[in-house]
Design a protein around this ligand. Structure first.
Ligand code: ZN
Length: 185
């Protein structure tokens, strides 16, 4: 997937431009189901016939749900207001084939929720790193904190990877500690 971030050339397909990404009511975008830039047929998902739901004797409610159906693969994406709800966007690369199952579950959960909540994604990514390092370094003292555990394996990983582990640890901690209101002003 790293090639997606690089500049396009005559030999490789251009990565999707910002303008081609899915957004509410766009006539065409890169389909999240088939990956092809295609026209989208928008339709309001209401209750019954139309977009307005009438509750007798009370208000009427406008449906906030829509679907966009791809002209290429005929599959829908589902939207609530301006947010795509299905399929869920996923951040990050696919997990490595050697990743242990218990770690992979946390990694998958982190990459799925990160699109909706950066805080939740960061907290889960930290939990995933901790789980992974426990597998890689079973001789670490049982109650060791994560910074100690990262220091212990630093010699076994590249310098950038060691730094990245430290960043994930730091951000994961920070996201879980919401600041006191008097510190926000
Ligand atoms: Zn499609």
């Amino acid at each position: 997937m790293t090639s997606m971030l690089g500049a396009g050339s005559a030999d490789s397909p251009e990565p999707p431009a910002e303008d081609d990404l899915p957004a509410l009511d766009k006539e065409a975008f890169v389909c999240p189901r088939c990956g092809v830039y295609a026209h989208q047929h928008w339709q309001i998902l209401g209750v019954g016939e139309g977009e307005v739901v009438e509750v007798p004797g009370r208000h009427s409610y406008r449906s906030m749900w829509k679907e966009a159906r791809c002209s290429r693969c005929s599959k829908p994406s589902v939207w609530r207001r301006d947010q795509m709800i299905y399929p869920l966007a996923r951040l990050g690369a696919q997990p490595h084939a050697d990743m242990p199952d218990e770690v992979r579950r946390l990694y998958d959960e982190a990459s799925t929720v990160a699109a909706v909540s950066r805080r939740a994604g960061a907290a889960l990514a930290r939990a995933m790193v901790e789980r992974l390092i426990k597998v890689l370094d079973p001789r670490a003292p049982k109650g060791a904190k994560l910074d100690t555990r990262i220091d212990r394996i630093r010699g076994r990983v590249s310098t950038p990877l060691g730094e990245m582990l430290e960043v994930v640890r730091y951000l994961g901690n920070k996201m879980l500690h919401v600041e006191e209101p008097d510190k926000l002003g």
